[in-house]
Design a binder for this molecule. Structure first.
Ligand code: PMP
Length: 402
């Protein structure tokens, strides 16, 4: 019965990792996947997570019972507090709801699915940044919400196209959905300043657009968990209703455990309850209930002052190594006199850098130098270390000159 089904294309990032793994060359460098790597190029189990692992397995002697449909309450509450702040008025007013989801991807999906069923502006499109994480389009289109783009990256300045972004918001029909990256924008590493967020909020408010934040890198951008949530908290203070998809893949290094949360800021506690009930109904039919392990780790750390302190130190270790690699790459390119400006490498923040390298240049990097990165020129800074940064800079220098 399935002979007429067309094959789907492979996922770009996962295909890139597979190509890298299959490459026997010893100089190969993987700058594709957004996963933290140590100076030795290895995955890192955060020491605080290792500690939590031991507590959970040895001391608490985990059972494997089902979680409730909306997940572990302690985890959901701690996640909402992490992103909105312990002193959040919205939380105090009882109008913040949540659902534990299959990591950040599941949280975006769960929010998008709810909007596809219950958003009152029928036919409203979701506007995503140009460029953005590829799954945004796939998820919203998958639930039947039309997807349009708003300008974000200005190739001329290698910075934010604020004018283009605000213009798109002004021109979009009232009540459109806008998907915003609150910090460490993927793939560009370019974020609005707080002053620019105010301008964005002004237009979002005037046009009655719906705000959907996707935060996958809290703690990676400024080195401060609070600062990385400042845009979201500012929107909440101004009274916006919103969805916030949270991922703990990167900031806890829990990639495979799929720990994520959808935080819902509603107008009233009653509306919050209704939204949660509908999300629970939908979640039951898709995953029944979320997996427990990752949420137990996150909950243990977020709810314990000492472990929380250790977590922030672990986060700083990751953020600082990435910053050091930005500087090292910039210094190498300067030393080589590589044509073009490279300040954006140090100016951009978070896990990624949008290098400005073109698709043909990326192809040469892969074929001649065994360096793997996405066609749009994005590199995961975490893939660089003191042993390969010079090699990578020389490769970039070569492709830029030739
Ligand atoms: N949103 C963005 C912008 C991301 O970059 C990512 C991770 N690549 C995610 C969401 C979700 O990732 P995960 O499902 O692994 O938590």
């Amino acid at each position: 019965v399935f002979e007429n089904v067309a094959a789907a294309p492979a996922d770009v990032i996962f295909a890139l990792t597979a190509d890298y793994q299959a490459d026997p060359n010893t100089s190969k460098v993987n700058l594709g996947v957004g996963a933290y790597r140590t100076e030795e190029g290895k995955p890192w189990v955060l020491p605080v997570v290792h500690k939590a692992d031991k507590i959970l397995v040895d001391d608490e002697y985990l059972d494997h019972e089902y979680l409730p449909i909306l997940g572990l309450k302690k985890f959901r509450d701690a996640s909402a507090k992490l992103v909105l702040g312990a002193d959040s008025n919205a939380i105090a007013e009882g109008r913040v709801g949540s659902a534990q989801c299959i990591s950040g991807t599941g949280a975006v999906y769960t929010g998008a699915h709810f909007l596809s069923k219950h958003y009152p502006f029928k036919g409203a499109a979701c506007y995503i940044s140009k460029p953005t994480w590829a799954n945004h389009r796939a998820i919203f289109e998958g639930v039947g919400i039309p997807v349009l783009e708003y300008p974000y990256w200005d190739p001329a300045t290698k910075g934010l196209d604020l004018k283009g972004m605000l213009g798109a918001m002004e021109n979009a029909p009232s009540g459109s959905i806008f998907l915003l990256h609150p910090c460490a924008h993927n793939p560009t590493g370019v974020d609005p300043t707080l002053e620019q967020w105010k301008q964005i909020a002004d237009v979002m408010e005037a046009k009655g657009h719906f705000t959907f934040f996707d935060t996958a890198y809290q703690g990676f951008a400024s080195g401060s968990l609070d600062k990385d949530a400042a845009s979201i908290r500012y929107f909440v203070e101004r009274g916006f209703e919103m969805f916030i998809a949270q991922s703990f893949s990167k900031n806890f290094g829990l990639y495979s455990e799929r720990a994520g949360n959808l935080t819902v800021v509603a107008r009233t506690p009653e509306i919050k309850n209704t939204i949660e009930s509908q999300i629970a109904k939908a979640q039951r039919a898709v995953i029944s209930n979320p997996p427990a392990y990752g949420s137990r780790v996150v909950s243990l750390v977020l709810n314990d002052e000492k472990l929380y302190g250790e977590w922030t130190e672990n986060l700083a270790t990751m953020a600082n190594r990435i910053i050091a690699m930005r500087q090292a790459l910039f210094d190498e390119l300067k030393k080589l006199g590589t044509p073009g400006t490279w300040n954006h490498i140090v100016d951009q923040i978070g896990m990624f850098s949008f290098t400005g390298l073109t698709t043909p240049q990326v192809k040469v990097l892969k074929e001649k130098y065994h360096v793997y990165l996405t066609d749009n020129g994005r590199i995961s800074m975490a893939g660089l270390n003191t042993k390969n940064v010079e090699y990578f800079a020389q490769a970039v220098d070569d492709v830029v000159r030739n």
